[in-house]
Design a protein around this ligand. Structure first.
Ligand SMILES: [Zn+2]
Length: 277
């Protein structure tokens, strides 16, 4: 088969493969899709390449996964340089955290809460569910465009790729009340098992809600709707949980070091330059 023909055929195959509506993706299909979307996301965002920052987030993610027990997927954690508070997941366990989310976390408990919540969406297969939904309501075209663009490769994809890809990315990361509750419950369950106080799941959202009141709603809230009811539910879950003693909200200043490093790396360190004489 000539390369030209294979390039046409592959997207067609992919669309045919995603076409059966309302069927749940198998774990294998989700993994395959996840790998393709991961490549796509890589072309559309600016990633932090700093090893210290990446290791910190990956170690925290792994610590949460150890607490969660066996998982259907191998998770990967990435840091995206972006001054909007957000975090999202892709099928089969790629988790993306914006730098602003790290900077605005007041302690380890809050940051771990956000990451645990995202892991929860993947572990409960909400991402796969949303992908299926995208194919059956209105977003089918974007899902197809995304599939086509991914199959054709980054360079060949062009503008349609970015439009289709980003809106589909946003779509498969928008969750309803039940999914949010399930992910919150997941976070409240695994944080204490990792030795971390689960209270940050609530306090981070409180901060977000206060911010949203004044004007633009942070991206994280528009894709993970937080209502007073949801906060009350999460608080009730924490109160009902039998928390072991000795849970920690801090990690001995490590988060603060990472935050300072991110500010320096991204030019967000606005302190006046030191004069040297
Ligand atoms: Zn969510």
């Amino acid at each position: 088969m000539s390369p030209r023909r294979s390039r046409v055929l592959l997207p067609a195959l992919l669309i045919a493969w995603v076409a059966p509506a309302c069927t749940t993706l198998s774990l294998q299909e989700e993994e395959e899709l996840g790998r393709q979307l991961e490549r796509e996301v890589r072309t559309q965002f600016r990633f932090v390449r700093d090893r210290v920052v990446n290791d910190y987030i990956s170690d925290l993610g792994d610590r949460l996964l150890d607490a969660a027990g066996p998982q259907p997927f191998e998770y990967r954690f990435y840091v995206i340089e972006d001054d909007e508070i957000n975090a999202f997941a892709m099928p089969a366990g790629a988790i993306y955290i914006h730098t602003e989310t790290i900077l605005r976390s007041r302690n380890l408990s809050e940051l771990a809460g956000v990451i645990a919540h995202e892991i929860g969406h993947v572990a409960h297969r909400h991402i796969a569910e949303n992908y299926n939904r995208a194919r059956t309501v209105g977003m089918a075209q974007q899902a197809a465009v995304l599939g086509t663009a991914v199959a054709a490769g980054g360079a060949a994809a062009g503008a349609a790729n970015i439009l289709g890809g980003l809106s589909a990315t946003a779509y498969i990361n928008s969750f309803g009340r039940d999914a949010e509750r399930e992910s919150d419950a997941f976070a409240v369950d695994i944080l204490p098992k990792a030795g971390i106080d689960p209270d940050g799941t609530v306090t981070f959202f409180q901060t977000m809600l206060h911010e949203g009141g004044g004007g633009a709603v942070p991206a994280f809230l528009s894709s993970h709707p937080a209502t007073e009811e949801r906060l009350a539910d999460a608080r009730a879950m924490i109160e009902a949980a039998e928390l072991p003693p000795g849970l920690r909200s801090e990690d001995g200043g490590k988060l603060e070091i990472i935050q300072r490093r991110i500010r320096l790396l991204t030019g967000r360190d606005r302190r006046a330059p030191r004069t040297r004489r």
